[in-house]
Design a binder for this molecule. Structure first.
Ligand code: PLP
Length: 415
């Protein structure tokens, strides 16, 4: 995120963006929808909806193994999507882009394939205290299966990784370092390039959970020093059930397959099978073809609005929202890191987050309440759950005003 540009700064017209996203015209209980649950899943622009519909209407067929025209066109559409994701992430080669079901599957793929081939008893895998369960549990499973140890870098009261402690936890035994680009629970933007540098110094591979990074700013996996970078289509204004794992070519080439089946083989006999080169080696079975096409369209759509403009717009909203929420008596912000992306996670002294969410919903304001699949973070801050407003490029200051008005109503009911 946060690349600098020499061209004049592109500005983002959120009202125009909103007109491209049909669901935002909906009303909820007779009130205009105020959608502030983007960290869970984003709404889809017409460009993505049309790409998926057009694929099914004009091109649909299974890919890669057909000689007929439709199969070839479907293959071209899917491979174009791969190329679009390559360009979006700044990868060197399209073979480094593996389509998966999403971030969760991407991380499980790394743990199952790279992990089993390279991690053994006594080795260590380092994560941070703010990780999503998808970046904890696959490593725990790997540790249980191999005898490796999960090491957790602590976070400060503001929600920053304690970098001195992280550096001190790295050593010869560290085989994998895996951290989130942006925390879904706190909004912290982690210093991933710096963590990658430290990981490489001790010879570990560096995995970035980009689920919350890729939707909100320019990503360049090579500049970040990521050996692996995982992201999800549905968090990037694309379809559900599709995601990407970027992996550095030399690592992917050396890794064993993750799942066996069609597509991923070169030859099969009952005695032995040989495997296709990447990316096919990691894409067993028929993939989510239309999802891939929609994901590619989402990447192009995000680029058309300018990733730097999106980042600036969301930073402005974050600053505005932070200031406006400070007006609410008894509100405690969870996550006040130096660098944050558009996540406003908070608790109210007068009401449980679920009650807050329910009242906001009656006002048309969609936020998420709960532990956000990050229970260790909740425990770190001594709260069972938070209410979380999370921003996307189509949000406006008016959305945050609506949130604040609805929260004032919560106070009237409970305080
Ligand atoms: N990592 C982070 C930081 C997330 O926020 C999420 C989803 O909320 C995930 C991983 C998992 O993404 P998915 O459910 O799309 O696999």
């Amino acid at each position: 995120m946060s690349a600098s540009s020499t061209t004049p700064a592109q500005t983002l017209d959120a009202d125009a963006v909103r007109r491209e996203v049909p669901i935002l015209a909906r009303e909820i209980y007779g009130k205009p929808l105020v959608y502030l649950d983007n960290a869970a899943s984003t709404q889809k622009p017409r460009a993505v909806i049309d790409a998926v519909a057009t694929f099914y209407e004009t091109t649909n067929a299974n890919i890669h193994r057909g000689v007929h025209r439709l199969s070839q066109e479907a293959t071209d559409a899917f491979e174009l999507a791969r190329e679009r994701m390559r360009a979006f992430l700044g990868a060197a080669q399209h073979e480094e882009i593996i389509f998966t079901r999403g971030t969760t599957e991407s991380i499980n793929l790394i743990a199952a394939s790279y992990g089993h081939a390279n991690v053994g008893a006594g080795d260590e895998i380092l994560i941070s205290h703010m990780e999503h369960h998808s970046n904890i549990v696959p490593w725990q499973l790997l540790c249980e299966q191999t005898g490796a140890k999960l090491v957790v870098a602590p976070i400060t009261d503001d929600g920053d990784i304690d970098m001195d402690v992280l550096a001190s936890l790295l050593g010869d035994r560290t085989k994998i370092v895996s951290v989130g680009h942006v925390s879904n629970a706190l909004g912290t933007v982690n210093p991933v390039a710096e963590i990658g540098r430290l990981a490489h110094e001790v010879g570990a591979v560096f995995v970035v959970d980009g689920a919350q990074g890729a939707p909100h700013g320019a990503v360049d996996v090579r500049a970040l020093g990521a050996d692996f970078y995982a992201c999800s289509g549905h968090k990037m204004y694309g379809p559900t059930g599709i995601g990407v794992l970027y992996g550095r070519r030399e690592l992917l080439d050396a890794m064993p397959p993750y799942q066996g089946g069609g597509e991923m083989i070169r030859t099969v006999t009952f005695e032995k099978s040989t495997y296709a080169p990447v990316p096919a080696k990691f894409e067993a079975g028929t993939p989510n073809i239309a999802g891939g096409v929609g994901f590619g369209a989402a990447a192009v759509w995000l680029q058309s609005h300018g990733l730097e403009a999106i980042e600036r717009h969301e930073a402005d909203l974050l600053a505005y929202g932070t200031q406006r929420l400070a007006e609410i008596e008894g509100l405690r912000m969870i996550g006040t890191a130096r660098r944050k992306a558009g996540v406003l996670s908070f608790v109210l002294d007068c009401a449980h987050p679920h009650d807050v969410g329910t009242i906001l919903d009656r006002e048309g304001v969609a936020v998420r309440t709960g532990h956000h699949c990050a229970q260790p973070v909740m425990e770190r801050f001594g709260v069972p759950a938070t209410s979380r407003a999370s921003l996307g490029l189509y949000n406006t200051r008016a959305d945050l005003d609506a949130l604040v008005d609805a929260l004032q109503q919560v106070r009237e009911v409970f305080a």
